[in-house]
Design a protein. Structure first.
Length: 127
C-alpha cells in the first residue's frame, strides 16, 4: 500500500472515529484530530465551518439516531489531496442500515480534513 493511500485511509478512519464518538469530550478531541481548525462539513442538511460547528452536527445526528454507528462501505479512493468513500449508518441492535451516503474529503498537507462534501444516498421516508 502506498503512503498516499495510507494518508486517505487514515483520514477516513479519523473521520469515522469522530462520527462514532459518543461522549462530548471524546467527540471534540476526535474532530480536532480529523479536521483542520477551519475545516468544513457540507451535506444536504448542514453547512458548517470550524470544530464547534462540526461537533454540533455530529451531536445532532446522534440525538436523531441513538444507538447507531457509522461504518465504511467499500474502499477509500483518492488522488492528490482528495478522497471519496461511502458509508452506512448501522443500528447496533439489529444491524439495519437505514441511512447511507458518499463523501468527498479534501486534505491539507498534514492530512487533516479541510472540507467534506457529503451526499445522502439512502434516507428513510420522513427523515
Amino acid at each position: 500500500m502506498s503512503t498516499q493511500t495510507d494518508r486517505y485511509e487514515t483520514a477516513v478512519s479519523r473521520y469515522l472515529e469522530a462520527w462514532n464518538a459518543l461522549e462530548p469530550g471524546a467527540r471534540a478531541r476526535a474532530v480536532a484530530a480529523a479536521w483542520a481548525p477551519q475545516g468544513g462539513y457540507t451535506d444536504p442538511l448542514a453547512d458548517v465551518r470550524g470544530h464547534e460547528g462540526i461537533v454540533a452536527v455530529i451531536a445532532a445526528t446522534h440525538a436523531r439516531f441513538p444507538g447507531f454507528v457509522f461504518r465504511l462501505s467499500g474502499a477509500v479512493d483518492g488522488h492528490h489531496d482528495t478522497a471519496r468513500f461511502s458509508w452506512e449508518l448501522v443500528s447496533r441492535s439489529d444491524g439495519s442500515a437505514p441511512v447511507a451516503g458518499s463523501d468527498v474529503i479534501t486534505l491539507d498537507a498534514e492530512g487533516l480534513i479541510t472540507s467534506v462534501l457529503g451526499f445522502l444516498d439512502r434516507v428513510p421516508a420522513g427523515a
